[in-house]
Ligand binder design. Structure first.
Ligand SMILES: [Fe+2]
Ligand SMILES: [Fe+2]
Length: 158
């Protein structure tokens, strides 16, 4: 993969991560459950670390990360962050689960394309693998929470 294509990938991940930070911070602000608030902020912190690592690699490639005022970031971040609490907690868990699933899909795709033939590519592979593991854990948490809330709701209906 040439640097130009790689940069496009890295900017995509950077945008995705920044969008997730907005999303989780906004959801945390609007949540009235202290524990959920804590978890969302913890996850946002991890996404921030992901974004920082992408930024570093982009700079090492002699470029600069794209400005995050794109429509995409707005769609993946701010807007759902404001709207999802209105959909109800179960749905916002589901929405987050879908976003994490998309991230996992893309991480796996890029990992397959990277050949560890330079220090930078080896470092990048480490970053991608680390982030993939963390996204996987996020996804499981959202999935688990959604399922247990659904069970509670079903019981209440009986
Ligand atoms: Fe992430
Ligand atoms: Fe994540």
């Amino acid at each position: 993969m040439n640097d130009k294509v790689l940069l496009r990938w890295l900017n995509w991940f950077y945008t995705l991560e920044m969008g997730q930070i907005d999303l989780y911070v906004n959801q945390a602000k609007q949540s009235n459950d202290d524990y959920i608030k804590h978890v969302l902020l913890k996850i946002a912190e991890i996404e921030l670390n992901h974004a920082r690592m992408f930024k570093d690699i982009i700079i090492r490639l002699g470029s600069k990360p794209l400005k995050i005022d794109s429509l995409l970031s707005y769609i993946t971040g701010l807007l759902p962050g404001k709207l999802t609490p209105l959909f109800g907690t179960v749905n916002f868990f589901y929405y987050n689960y879908v976003i994490e699933t998309m991230a996992i899909y893309d991480y796996k795709k890029l990992i397959k394309k990277i050949e560890p033939d330079s220090v930078l590519h080896c470092d990048l592979l480490d970053i991608l693998t680390n982030n993939l593991v963390e996204e996987d854990i996020h996804r499981s948490w959202f999935k688990d929470r959604r399922e247990s809330l659904q069970r509670i709701k079903k019981k209440q209906k009986k």
